[in-house]
Design a protein around this ligand. Structure first.
Ligand SMILES: Nc1ncnc2c1ncn2[C@@H]1O[C@H](COP(=O)(O)OP(=O)(O)O)[C@@H](O)[C@H]1O
Ligand SMILES: [Mg+2]
Length: 321
């Protein structure tokens, strides 16, 4: 299909390690597709196989089985890599170059030159927040600054597809937000972004689609909105009132199954499993001298899904046999 930027089918990778050539199955039967103009989060804990899949996509290593293509061309393909900006995991930058020199070098390798190259380097340095340190040698930069420089290198040739391996690593909260903004801007301009992360919460707000990997297999995948639309896991209520009224109310409602209550200053925090018993609690609040200030339904997060499908599923298998 023309709107598929990346297509991966039944990808498998077995590494042979050490003197005894011990088998390490890094990927087994991994399939997914990435649509044009979307942000795709490739998630999973450390060691899940994310970098291995990215190395296959970028042509650094060959798969043991399965196939992968970018813009309809089987990887590796030199032609399509011109349209791809790549941020490797723990990217390396020559220590005696400055970020500006490094970006200009990457730009030249991508065929940019002259004024075009200088202007573009300047703009990209600004976008990744490195303009202020553009002329310091890389060896004097912090890990976060290095990461920004490498992200700049991935952006220098204005690629149609960005492949970013852990783009948030080494960044502080401000840096993480800036990277998030850059990724969102790229999508606004119709570009496609494929990136990996081991921090689920970091990516929840921006991905269109996700694939969560665990031990080389996809355990959760799909449209993020569909995945998280699910039922309300629990409901949080904040109730205000005099301490003695709150205590009386609390005593009454904790008798209801699945309802917990924690006292706070001038009120209570009530935790209700699911949402079915919320009306009961609200109705009871009228009989006591208390006021419901907040009702917040909590839906499943990616983390919940991951725990349920990957880790919970695994435990079930172990105890079931
Ligand atoms: N070159 C290699 N030789 C042997 N094992 C490897 C090699 N590269 C990765 N692995 C193993 O493959 C698994 C997946 O690694 P990786 O793709 O780096 O995971 P992630 O990026 O999700 O943290 C790990 O168990 C890792 O130890
Ligand atoms: Mg990795």
């Amino acid at each position: 299909m023309s709107d598929q930027v990346i297509a991966v089918q039944q990808l498998g990778k077995i590494f042979r390690q050490g003197f005894w050539r011990k088998r390490v199955e890094a990927l087994s039967g991994v399939s997914f597709t990435v649509a044009q103009g979307t942000i795709f989060g490739f998630l999973g804990p450390n060691g899940a196989g994310k970098t291995t899949a990215i190395k296959i996509l970028t042509g650094l290593i060959k798969p043991t089985s399965g196939s992968a293509s970018i813009f309809g061309h089987a990887v590796p393909s030199a032609t399509i890599m011109k349209r791809v900006g790549f941020l490797p995991e723990n990217a390396y930058v020559y220590p005696y170059l400055t970020p500006r020199e490094f970006l200009e070098m990457c730009g030249r390798l991508s065929g940019l030159s002259g004024q075009d190259l200088y202007k573009r380097a300047e703009r990209v340095l600004d976008r990744v927040g490195m303009l202020y340190a553009a002329d310091r040698q890389v060896r004097r930069l912090s890990k976060g600054m290095l990461q920004r420089t490498c992200l700049g290198a991935a952006l220098i040739a204005d690629p149609d597809l960005l492949i970013l391996d852990e783009p948030m690593s080494g960044l502080d909260p401000v840096g993480r937000k800036e990277v998030r903004d850059i990724i969102l801007e790229e999508r606004e301009h119709g570009r496609t972004v494929f990136f990996s992360s081991h921090i689920l919460a970091d990516v929840e707000s921006m991905c269109d689609c996700v694939s969560i990997l665990r031990r080389g297999k996809v355990v959760v995948e799909g449209d993020l909105r569909d995945l998280l639309r699910g039922e309300v896991l629990r409901t949080e209520l904040i109730v205000r009132g005099e301490d003695k009224d709150c205590a009386l109310f609390s005593e009454k409602i904790v008798a209801i199954e699945g309802v917990k209550s924690v006292p706070m200053a001038h009120g209570l925090r009530i935790d209700i499993e699911g949402e079915e018993r919320v009306p009961d609690v609200l109705r009871l609040s009228f009989d006591f001298n208390v006021r419901v200030a907040e009702v917040t339904p909590r839906r499943a997060t990616l983390e919940d899904l991951f725990v349920e499908r990957a880790i919970g599923g695994g435990r079930e298998l172990e105890t079931g046999s």
